[in-house]
Design a protein around this ligand. Structure first.
Ligand code: F6R
Length: 249
């Protein structure tokens, strides 16, 4: 795993955006795997800036989001589709026909998972997967101790994840308890992966991801086996890493 050490959230976001923009410029028809949450907001902001100021062209890009809550409509302000519209899709020239987010309000969720997985396959897989990491080491919504070989599936969210997400909802009871998530196997088949992590609360998960045992209990640890993963961390999130201070680019 390559590690890029940055000072703070802003620098981390700029570095991640530079990586993504570089790929889009080199390969305009890239398929991106996208994440939601607080980690990538700054990265998306930087990408929008590059679109506005430096002609970064999203018109041939395809994107697949990692996950979506079950039981809330895509128009719900807390849906991940709404998040992506707000932070990226509505602000750049991406073709909305090539933007994919799992449908968490589908009648048949199993069918929806299979449809989503097939769509990723039909587009030739993910060229670059962007990931945040949960405090418990989850990626996407692949919670600890779920199988590494999973494809897109319905997930029961862990208590800690529900708690973490509750900051976005008025009432604790409104926080969804299930989500559709792209599975670990599909994530691992992405040609390149970047993980962005910021803040002290991520430090232990980051340490275990980089140098802990590779175990389903810490889903992100399997990225140690991925041939092209780059971790972009800020000082706080890297504070427990022995490699700290060395720059591997
Ligand atoms: C979101 C996702 C999650 C988040 C993770 C970290 O699409 O897949 O795995 O990346 O929960 O969330 P933040 O960035 O809010 O700390």
């Amino acid at each position: 795993m390559k590690i890029i050490f940055t000072k703070d959230y802003d620098q981390m976001s700029k570095m991640a955006a530079r990586y993504i923009a570089g790929l889009i410029r080199l390969h305009p028809e890239s398929t991106l795997g996208l994440a939601t949450g607080s980690s990538p907001i700054g990265t998306y902001k930087e990408l929008v800036k590059q679109y506005e100021d430096e002609n970064l062209d999203f018109s041939r890009v395809t994107s697949f989001n990692l996950d979506e809550y079950v039981g809330i409509d895509e128009n719900h302000p807390q849906s991940y589709k709404a998040f992506m519209n707000q932070h990226l899709f509505n602000l750049v020239n991406i073709d909305k026909d090539k933007v994919f987010v799992p449908n968490g309000s589908a009648e048949d969720l199993e069918k929806e998972c299979a449809r989503y997985e097939k769509a990723i396959e039909d587009f030739g897989g993910i060229d670059l997967q962007i990931l945040g990491i949960g405090r418990n080491g989850h990626i996407g919504f692949n919670e600890p101790n779920f199988k590494f070989e999973a494809r897109t599936h319905v997930v029961n969210l862990e208590e800690q994840t529900i708690e973490d997400n509750s900051r976005f909802f008025e009432n604790r009871e409104d926080v969804p308890t299930q989500a559709i998530s792209v599975g670990m196997k599909t994530i691992l088949q992405a040609r390149r992966v970047i993980v962005i992590a910021s803040g002290i609360e991520k430090a232990e998960a980051v340490r275990q991801m980089v140098s802990g045992e590779i175990i389903p209990g810490l889903p992100a640890s399997i990225l140690q086996l991925h041939p092209d993963t780059t971790l972009i961390v800020d000082e706080a999130a890297s504070s427990l890493l022995e490699e700290r201070g060395k720059i591997h680019v």
